[in-house]
Design a protein around this ligand. Sequence first.
Ligand SMILES: NC(=O)c1ccc[n+]([C@@H]2O[C@H](COP(=O)([O-])OP(=O)(O)OC[C@H]3O[C@@H](n4cnc5c(N)ncnc54)[C@H](O)[C@@H]3O)[C@@H](O)[C@H]2O)c1
Length: 253
Amino acid sequence: MQVHNNVIAITGGAQGLGLAIAEHLAQQGAKLALIDLNAGQLEAASAKLADYQTEIRIYAANVADEAQVEQTFNQIQQDFGQLHALINNAGITRDGMFIKAKDGVVSQKMSLSQWQSVIDVNLTGTFLCGREAACKMIENAQPGCIINISSISRAGNIGQTNYSASKAGVAAMTVTWAKELARFGIRSVAIAPGFIGTDMVLSMKPEALSKIEGMIPAGRLGTPQEIAHTVAYLLENDYMNGRVIEMDGGLRL
Ligand SMILES: NC(=O)c1ccc[n+]([C@@H]2O[C@H](COP(=O)([O-])OP(=O)(O)OC[C@H]3O[C@@H](n4cnc5c(N)ncnc54)[C@H](O)[C@@H]3O)[C@@H](O)[C@H]2O)c1
């Protein structure tokens, strides 16, 4: 699939990886629909990308809300008349130990709301946006591509019961969609980033961050631009399907 002139929706497009992906694709002339919960950040992202000679529209929506997602993709269809690709990127962390205990006394456990909030955004949000994007591609009789952002943590990671489960689910949905949607000419692939220099990671405690950097064989965090580069490659390579690409500098949990 070519990037130039094609319509690409990006969830969580207002900052971090989503914004870096948007900038990289805008440079190549893609038409962009940026979806994010944060309306103020979306406006700022739109202003930042204004110099690129391409159409960029913003949509404030919660990816975990079915009605909002349906309405947003209907609006994108109406505004652009097409949808060629979706980057399913919106995600959150609410880290904490599954159980904290000392001497047989449980002092804390991961709350249901801590679990549910991450599952709602990362797993249900990816499901809803992927579903609506695929519906539009099929109704338009248009081949397409869905790229889901999973994580190195999908293998299981301390303090991330909720996040790891959500990202393992995202990887499994990617393979399922590749198998189900191939008959409509729709590909589905995922990227599993390691530690990338966005707010999500840079807001960690400095000691924890430098410990992680020391464990990465590449010797540094990844950059959002390196993830954006991989997104463009996955869009352009029509034989890439149903796989999770690890972008972790050699660090594999
Ligand atoms: N940064 C990393 O190192 C890293 C590593 C592995 C995976 N990831 C994944 O990459 C994706 C992007 O991460 P990031 O580092 O850019 O995070 P970020 O926090 O910088 O940006 C996330 C964006 O998603 C938006 N968002 C959050 N909840 C939303 C919702 N319910 N509906 C719509 N938008 C919502 C936020 O407003 C924000 O703009 C996430 O799925 C994350 O899990 C990041």
